[in-house]
Design a protein around this ligand. Structure first.
Ligand SMILES: C[S@@+](CC[C@H](N)C(=O)[O-])C[C@H]1O[C@@H](n2cnc3c(N)ncnc32)[C@H](O)[C@@H]1O
Length: 232
């Protein structure tokens, strides 16, 4: 795959993003999309993404969109982001970012390699921000995860919207055998850090930072859409 150039902001000097490492082979990417986003999401977490998450993503892409934790770029490929919209992708792994840019079919997309737990090194304002299946991966307590919203709202326009979804760790339906098996493995291998993640705290953090908040719990998945950041 080709090397991609990414810029941290429109005005900053370009940042070279390394080519994807061998771990991101087409075969592994396809397995991730089919297994994690298809089978596990539907049958373990009870949330078919084609029914709930892709439509939410598609209907909430603005003129200047920021996607955080792009993974394999699956959503970006499926989201039908208009060519006129500017796309910026954030990930803390250069290789993942490079793959996501390549698979988004948007070679003009900009990339920022950064940790989303820190304030974003961007000088522009985004009118839409997506973060799907990201929060359950962050290895920090739920209260610290929630600070992401107060950082990000500063990078959003007054009418900006943030949306996403993540796997909850408590306060949800009892796992079926498949979900219990997947959850055990993900926690054991450090893929998930979500034992204490609950809808109540995420919703409260959203309400503290946005005027308009909608949340849903589908199966074990917390889904959110919040708009109009609160000034402070
Ligand atoms: C499970 S994948 C989700 C990918 C995609 N959004 C999806 O739903 O398929 C999580 C992504 O978030 C990235 N990520 C994890 N921790 C991060 C952090 N602290 N800051 C930025 N990105 C992070 C990972 O590298 C990975 O690409």
């Amino acid at each position: 795959m080709a090397t991609h150039t990414a810029a941290s902001t429109s005005s900053d000097p370009p940042l070279k993003v390394k080519p994807p490492q061998a771990v991101y082979t087409p075969w592994r990417l396809a397995v991730y999309d089919i297994w994690v986003l298809g089978i596990v999401s539907t049958w373990a977490w009870g949330c078919p993404i084609s029914q709930y998450l892709i439509p939410l993503f598609r209907s909430n892409v603005g003129k200047n969109h920021l996607d955080i934790g792009a993974g394999t770029g699956y959503y970006l490929r499926k989201a039908h982001i208009p060519p006129s919209a500017q796309l910026t992708i954030v990930d803390n792994e250069e290789a993942a970012l490079s793959v996501a840019i390549a698979r988004s079919n948007r070679p003009d997309a900009r990339g920022i390699v950064t940790d989303i737990l820190q304030p974003l090194p961007a000088t522009e304002k985004f009118d839409s921000v997506s973060m799907y299946y990201l929060l359950h991966c962050l290895p920090v307590p739920v209260a610290v995860k929630c600070r992401v919203f107060s950082h990000l709202k500063k990078d959003m326009t007054a009418d900006g919207v943030i949306h996403g979804a993540n796997v909850l760790g408590c306060g949800v339906r009892k796992d079926n055998w498949f979900a219990a098996f997947i959850r055990r493995g993900c926690l054991k291998h450090g893929v998930f850090h979500n034992r204490e993640d609950n809808a109540y705290e995420f919703e409260r953090a959203l309400r503290e930072n946005f005027h308009q908040v909608e949340t849903w719990v589908v199966g074990s998945i917390f889904i959110f859409r919040a708009a109009r950041p609160i000034d402070n």
